[in-house]
Design a protein around this ligand. Structure first.
Ligand code: HXC
Length: 257
């Protein structure tokens, strides 16, 4: 499969998607959104893939939705086509995902990163929801996922002023999992991805689903769901191998063909 706006490759059990519209700072257009769906769907189906990393360039993860493409749209264009309703490929992925973010992650770019399970940021990363400066509001989770991630105080600050925050502030307020020097970004992101991809895939997928549910369920329901999932994993090869390996004082070997 060849892509116009992405570079997609497989490294061991890790799927890597690089946004590739560098001249437009990886602005997200319809082609890119469609290609992301195709790439994520292929990795989702592939049993040899245990984690997906999405990244951009050193200058920009993505500077938001493509303003040139968006500007002429009308309300009825948006409403009729349910514009951007399917720009949620990372959020739909059942496999763990990592956003490796350098440079600008603005608007839809920040929203794309927030759809991922881990956000690993280079020290030059800048996050923001500048939609208000264009006379619009975020449309892909910038008021919802951001508020859940960083709380009302920071979300209001970012969404109402449109200002950017640097990687250090983003880590401090809980948007980012780790901050690393720019030169180490892909090494650290790939190490994290390889670590996750080496775990039992059904266990990792279950762990991801459980943490996601913490945002959606009342505590009692979340705890019940967690306990049932915990019970169920005792029916997997992963549990048998993980515990046997511990007892035999060796490393576990999950996901053997
Ligand atoms: C289209 C964009 C773009 C965008 C940058 N470019 N962002 N094109 N859509 N979102 C293009 C510029 O037009 C320019 O191309 C080239 O990328 C380099 O950008 P410059 O502005 O020259 O670079 P710089 O001066 O370094 O400023 C970087 C920047 C600025 C601060 C990131 O480009 C910027 O403010 N971009 C817009 C950010 C934004 O408002 N994002 C939110 C979009 S709305 P040319 O050809 O002119 O040289 C949104 C809604 C989300 O995301 C809804 C769900 C997806």
């Amino acid at each position: 499969m060849t892509y116009e706006t992405l570079i997609v490759e497989t490294v061991g059990r890790v799927g890597v998607i690089r946004l590739n519209r560098p001249k437009a700072l990886n602005a997200l257009n319809s082609t890119l959104a469609e290609e992301l769906r195709t790439a994520f769907a292929a990795f989702e189906k592939d049993e040899e893939i245990g984690c997906v990393v999405i990244t951009g360039t050193e200058r920009a993860f993505a500077a938001g939705a493509d303003i040139k493409e968006m500007a002429p749209r009308s309300f009825i264009d948006n409403f009729s086509s349910n514009y951007m309703a399917n720009w949620d490929s990372p959020a739909r992925s059942r496999k763990p995902t990592i956003a490796a973010v350098a440079g600008f992650a603005l608007g839809g770019g920040c929203e794309l990163a927030m759809q991922c399970d881990l956000v690993i940021a280079a020290d030059n990363a800048k996050f923001g929801q500048p939609e208000i400066t264009l006379g619009i509001v975020p449309g892909l989770g910038g008021t919802q996922r951001l508020t859940r991630a960083v709380g009302k105080a920071k979300a209001m600050d970012l969404v109402l002023t449109g200002r950017m925050m640097d990687a250090e502030e983003a880590e401090r307020c809980g948007l980012v999992s780790r901050v690393v020097p720019l030169a180490d970004l892909m090494t650290v992101a790939m190490q994290a991805a390889e670590t996750i991809a080496a775990m039992s895939l059904p266990t990792a997928m279950t762990a991801k689903e459980l943490v996601q549910r913490a945002h959606e369920l009342p505590l009692a329901e979340g705890l019940r769901f967690e306990r049932r999932a915990f019970h169920a994993l005792f029916g997997t090869d992963g549990q048998r191998e993980g515990m046997q390996a511990f007892l035999e004082k060796r490393k576990p070997h999950f996901n053997q063909p």
